[in-house]
Design a protein around this ligand. Structure first.
Ligand code: CA
Length: 227
């Protein structure tokens, strides 16, 4: 899941970027409206966290231009004032939710997760399934045949990506950009190592094996293909 934060206050921006990255998201940070608008229009984000008071193009104008161009990315806006007019304006312009500064990080994270679930699964779907493996997005839990499996933040993000796109071969370059926020460098084996660890946790001792290596192409999660 890839998020964009548009926030000119350096401390807040860094704090959010770090917290969300630790929670397993890939995060870009823009420090002004112009850059934020450009990234929002050209990047593929699952969610935008948008400060309203920005020095150049303010958050309202960024939001307005996004919606006018037909971009449906969920937007959570941050407002410094607990002002009813501001909230109404934001929601009328097409924002999905708002937070009044100052806010607790846990509150922001909860809103982000709610919006992402709403955005990707309109039917309040909170669990991804394949065979007897279940990933509970709301509780951040994974289990197979009812046994709880403990995953690191990155392993969870990797499994979520594989489950959302089950049956598709995912090239290492795509996995690198979606889970690690890095360009794929063939000298690094970080993805292969993470896949090996994930396999040991979700596939070892279970049938059928779900994670498949497609030689020369990448990895695929599938309950059908045997190898
Ligand atoms: Ca600001």
């Amino acid at each position: 899941m890839k998020l964009l934060i548009v926030e000119d206050e350096i401390k807040i921006g860094e704090y959010l970027r770090q917290g969300l990255a630790e929670a397993g998201f890939v995060v870009d940070l823009a420090r002004n409206g112009r850059n934020g608008q450009h990234l929002a229009m050209t990047g593929h984000y699952d969610l935008l966290i948008l400060d309203v008071m920005l020095p150049d193009i303010d958050g309202w104008r960024v939001l307005k231009s996004l919606r006018e161009s037909g971009n449906p990315v969920p937007v959570l806006f941050l407002t410094a004032r607990d002002n009813v007019d501001d909230r109404v304006k934001g929601l009328e312009l097409g924002a999905d939710d708002y937070l009044v500064k100052p806010f607790a990080f846990a509150e922001l994270l909860a809103r982000v997760r709610t919006l992402l679930r709403r955005g990707t699964a309109p039917t309040t779907e909170t669990t991804l399934k394949i065979a007897d493996l279940e990933l509970d997005l709301a509780r951040r839990r994974v289990n197979r045949t009812g046994q709880r499996i403990h995953l690191s933040v990155k392993e969870f993000a990797l499994l979520e990506l594989l489950m959302r796109r089950q049956g598709e071969v995912l090239p290492r370059s795509l996995i690198a950009s979606q889970v690690w926020d890095m360009n794929f460098d063939s000298d690094t084996n970080v993805i292969d190592v993470a896949i090996r660890r994930l396999r040991a946790k979700i596939d070892d001792g279970f049938e059928p094996r779900l994670i498949h290596t497609v030689r020369g192409m990448g990895y695929m999660l599938d309950a059908e293909t045997g190898n």
